[in-house]
Design a protein around this ligand. Structure first.
Ligand SMILES: NC(=O)c1ccc[n+]([C@@H]2O[C@H](COP(=O)([O-])OP(=O)(O)OC[C@H]3O[C@@H](n4cnc5c(N)ncnc54)[C@H](OP(=O)(O)O)[C@@H]3O)[C@@H](O)[C@H]2O)c1
Length: 244
């Protein structure tokens, strides 16, 4: 077993974009970070970048579409540390063929649900025994404003025309994971919250987002490092609470 003093964090989909920035900032704040990525080369290159900055970061192979990698990731953390303090469920896709409800491809909807929802549920279930071992733990589900049913139905919302049924429904489902798991874990020291990072310039949107990556990461970092008496079962952005 290695030193239990540093907070241990796992960030999925952390080889680039918002996840990489979250891994970078958690490591800079003193956490030991497992940088989760599905591709070995991309993951190792990203981890090496942060190691060169003097950070305590280790690449952890984890593909949300492959249960075997999720089980192996659990076993690696369990063997070396026996617990986990922070889980940032960041990995996500916005698939080709997604779009308007009248015409988007069923395959695109299925892919979005498999990664953004089912994969995240699988990682969360696998890591829960480790999170239960922490003195206080935080799960952050990286959702999206597009997953808000209230905003999606508001004709005055600035992004109301962005209709991607598979992506939005998978993020709404992810929010249900937050609500139900927060309820189930009420009374434990584990907090579960959803974050809408905001429209951020990354590969996900061909860098059309209007925010910088550090801006997109800010609310995720805040919730990952919540004080022990912080909230659970919330959906928020850097601007405050987001309606479900
Ligand atoms: N950018 C925005 O405007 C925005 C807005 C709202 C919410 N979000 C959410 O923020 C999160 C991060 O997105 P981003 O904008 O940073 O996008 P990104 O740059 O495309 O990064 C997505 C990350 O997820 C990983 N990933 C995809 N499928 C995976 C799988 N099956 N298993 C493991 N990792 C997988 C990618 O790995 P590869 O490099 O191997 O593909 C990549 O590391 C996502 O959940 C996204 O839905 C983003």
């Amino acid at each position: 077993m290695e030193s239990p003093l540093k907070k241990l964090a796992l960030v999925t989909g952390a080889n680039k974009g918002i996840g990489f920035e979250v891994a970078r900032q958690l490591a800079a704040s003193g956490c030991r970070v497992f940088l989760g990525a599905r591709d070995k080369v991309r993951g190792e290159v990203a981890a090496a970048t942060l190691q060169r900055e003097g950070r305590d970061v280790r690449y952890l192979p984890i593909d949300l579409d492959d249960l075997a990698t999720i089980g192996a990731a659990y076993r690696e953390i369990h063997a070396d540390f026996g617990h986990l303090d922070i889980l940032v469920n960041n990995a996500g896709i916005a698939g080709q063929g997604d779009g308007l409800p009248s015409s988007c491809s069923l395959d695109a909807i299925e892919r979005a649900f498999r990664v953004n929802f089912l994969g995240t549920v699988a990682v969360t279930q696998a890591m829960l025994p480790l999170l239960r071992k922490a003195s206080s733990a935080s799960i952050v589900n990286v959702s999206s404003g597009l997953g808000s049913l209230t905003k999606s139905g508001d004709p005055a919302w600035s992004h109301v025309a962005a209709k991607f049924l598979g992506y939005a429904a998978s993020k709404a489902a992810l929010n249900m994971l937050t609500v139900q798991l927060a309820y189930e874990l009420h009374g434990t020291s584990i907090k579960v919250n959803s974050v809408a990072p905001g429209y951020t310039a990354t590969d996900l949107n061909q860098h059309r987002g209007t925010q910088s990556i550090p801006e997109g990461a800010a609310e995720i970092i805040r919730l990952a490092l919540l004080a022990d008496d912080g909230p659970t079962g919330t959906f928020s952005s850097a601007h405050g609470i987001v309606p479900w």
